[in-house]
Design a binder for this molecule. Structure first.
Ligand SMILES: Cc1ncc(C[n+]2csc(CCOP(=O)(O)OP(=O)(O)O)c2C)c(N)n1
Length: 607
């Protein structure tokens, strides 16, 4: 009988022996490997936090104490220990468990996450509320070294250090973001790692323990005894100390006994503490330990898309850059995800991975543009939300020809509500001087990227990861980035304006049953609208299809234009309902949102 089978809540591990906790760690690892290879998800990150999560639930009392998982992709072990083990088999699929913490799923999920670098801010908010309400629970933010590249984490550490309130920040340092971690902080952490062998738990430890409530001799005696059992030293961390946090570490993040002992010390401290853990991403699965990047996020059964907009985009940029030394590419910790691996290898001095720092990425691009370069910012639609002000203030208002390659646009699927790329049309629409394009297929993406080199204003090209367009002979005859392409030139009362490959595919699917039922346009330019086409649609029923939300989207702007032009225009908008879209496959979710060939053809029959 596995110990894991008897664990249905954190209470069930409180009385286990150290040997049993270690056995449990092994069982959880096997369970994770067997399950996540089937469901898909963030395998390597979770394998790295098995001991940490067990120790946290051993020491703290969740949900009274608050565990806040930064990004949240590493919360599967936490889910397993908090009564959701059996549901893990439905991870990330429609109606199943979310791949991220969700308060609506469990009271043990103290804060919903998905985007990076929020845990310290959220934890400090909890801490201030606790202090005002005269409560006494503990708050623990668990942040990776990758997430620590995000500027928001520093704003929060600065505030936390000054606040002097009680909160524990656990820095889970595995030297990896999705790829190898980057930047000055990563270098600083690696220095601490190296120096640990030169120091031995000396005065810094004594000083630390003397600050504990157990003040004085007993604490120091405890520390002295403790010292004997330590393999690692308390060293470095000066930078965190300067912020006002007590630094403890670095310690072995796979040694349960050691983590428990340090957590117990940290919880007794009076002010904020940062506990620096060294872990191995992918721990226990040799292939993942050797290549953690490949196992950061895996698809169910290892599926990869046949036609990838991401790969195509990165590769086209490589060929454009060959003859154009001004081309530069920027990613915020997603080199592989956005298809820039080849560019990074071919043009290392024109490639910038800035870490999880989308805001910086955008203003960096603005600066590059001012300096005479032609910057391409490759960021997922959902993460680019972070940089709205930088897009507007630094790029849009200055009218700089920065190109945004907006990946994972539209419904992205299993990562769920925090990751759907459905807001970008609306936010780009508000940015002065911004042109927004969406390709109908890979071929059109090449035309758009070639055009982008000559663009004189800010430009966003949005596309999902996988290209769903089947080749219906839809080759591009003449590409004009401002004109909509007529794909079905028939005389009909109905005119469908479809944005992007997914929506055009749905329109084509509808035309299969009745090829004359509507005229179809590829509305490749979402902004500006092709007013030459719109001006001809006076007495038509105009139907818009887009892979984005209704509010402020393409359809909404078509309606606005037509209502200013004609009296009572007849416009039907197919777009996503406002509010979040949970996890599932993209096609399940698009169907759930009521955008299908069947619904489109029924609408036309009825109206
Ligand atoms: C704002 C934002 N940008 C990008 C991402 C994509 N992302 C998810 S996990 C991750 C790496 C996180 O590294 P780290 O915090 O060290 O965790 P690890 O997986 O190494 O345990 C990135 C870049 C994100 N979730 N949020």
């Amino acid at each position: 009988m596995r110990i894991l089978d008897n664990v249905t809540s954190p209470e069930d591990i409180k009385n286990l022996t150290l040997g049993e906790l270690k056995q449990l760690a092994g069982e959880i690892r096997s369970f994770l490997i067997n399950t996540v290879t089937l469901t898909g998800g963030h395998l390597a990150s979770n394998l790295g936090v098995v001991e940490l999560t067990i120790a946290l639930h051993y020491v703290f009392i969740s949900p009274d104490d608050k565990l806040i998982w930064d990004v949240g992709h590493q919360s599967y072990v936490h889910k397993i220990l908090t009564g959701r083990k059996d549901e893990l088999r439905g991870l990330r699929s429609k109606g199943g468990l979310s791949g991220f913490p969700k308060a609506s799923e469990s009271p043990h999920d103290a804060f919903d996450t998905g985007h990076s670098s929020t845990s310290v801010s959220a934890g400090l908010g909890y801490a201030r509320a606790r202090d005002i309400n005269r409560e006494s629970y503990d708050i623990i933010g668990i942040i990776g070294d990758g997430a620590l590249t995000g500027g928001m984490a520093y704003e929060a550490l600065s505030d936390l250090g000054a606040s002097k309130t009680r909160m524990i920040v656990i820095l889970n340092d595995n030297e990896m973001s999705i790829s190898q971690n980057v930047g000055g902080m990563a270098r600083y952490l690696s220095k601490i790692r190296i120096s640990k062998s030169y120091y031995r738990f000396k005065h810094s430890a004594r000083r630390f323990f003397e600050t504990l409530p157990l003040v004085g001799a007993s604490a120091v005696r405890l520390a002295d005894g403790f010292r004997e059992r330590l393999k690692y030293a308390l060293v470095g961390g000066k930078l965190f100390e300067q912020f006002g946090l007590k630094y403890i570490g670095p310690i072995d993040g796979h040694n349960i006994a050691e983590i428990i002992e340090y957590l117990n010390f940290a919880r007794e401290a009076e002010g904020p503490v940062l506990l620096h853990l060294l872990t191995k991403k992918g721990r226990g699965l040799p292939v993942a330990e050797i290549n953690p990047e490949a196992f950061h996020g895996i698809s169910p059964n290892g599926d990869t898309p046949a036609l990838s907009f991401s790969k195509k985009s990165g590769n086209i940029l490589c060929s454009i850059a060959e003859n154009n030394p001004k081309i530069t590419a920027i990613t915020a910790a997603m080199t592989e995800g956005v298809g820039l691996e080849n560019f990074a290898n071919l043009y290392p001095n024109r490639f910038f991975d800035v870490g999880i720092a989308e805001q910086h990425a955008v203003t960096l691009a603005a600066g590059l543009s001012k300096g005479g370069m032609r910057p391409y910012v490759y960021i997922y639609s959902t993460f680019l939300q972070r940089a709205y002000d930088q897009i507007l203030h630094d790029v849009g208002l200055q009218d700089l020809p920065v190109v945004f390659c907006v990946d994972r646009a539209g419904i992205s699927g299993p990562d769920g509500v925090t990751h759907q790329g459905v807001y970008d049309i609306s936010y780009f629409y508000t940015v002065p001087n911004m042109q927004i394009l969406a390709p109908k297929d890979l071929c059109e993406l090449s035309f758009m990227l070639e055009y982008s080199v000559t663009a004189t204003h800010p430009l966003a090209i949005r596309y999902p990861r996988t290209c769903t367009a089947v080749d219906n002979g839809r080759q591009i005859k003449a590409f004009n980035p401002f004109e909509w392409e007529c794909l079905n030139d028939v005389k009909s009362k109905y005119v469908v304006l479809a944005v992007g490959d997914r929506m055009i595919s749905i329109a084509y699917e509808t035309l299969k049953t009745d090829s004359k039922c509507f005229a179809l346009y590829n509305a490749r330019s979402i902004r500006p609208l092709d007013t030459a086409v719109l001006d001809r649609l006076k007495d038509k029923t105009v139907i818009t299809l887009e892979d984005g939300i209704r509010s402020g989207g393409f359809g909404a702007n078509v309606l606005l234009y037509l209502s200013e032009k004609f009296k009572n225009p007849n416009v039907k908008i197919f777009a996503y309902r406002d509010g979040g879209i949970e996890h599932g496959t993209a096609s399940e979710l698009i169907t759930e949102q009521g955008i299908t060939a069947k619904i489109l053809s029924e609408y036309i029959k009825k109206h």
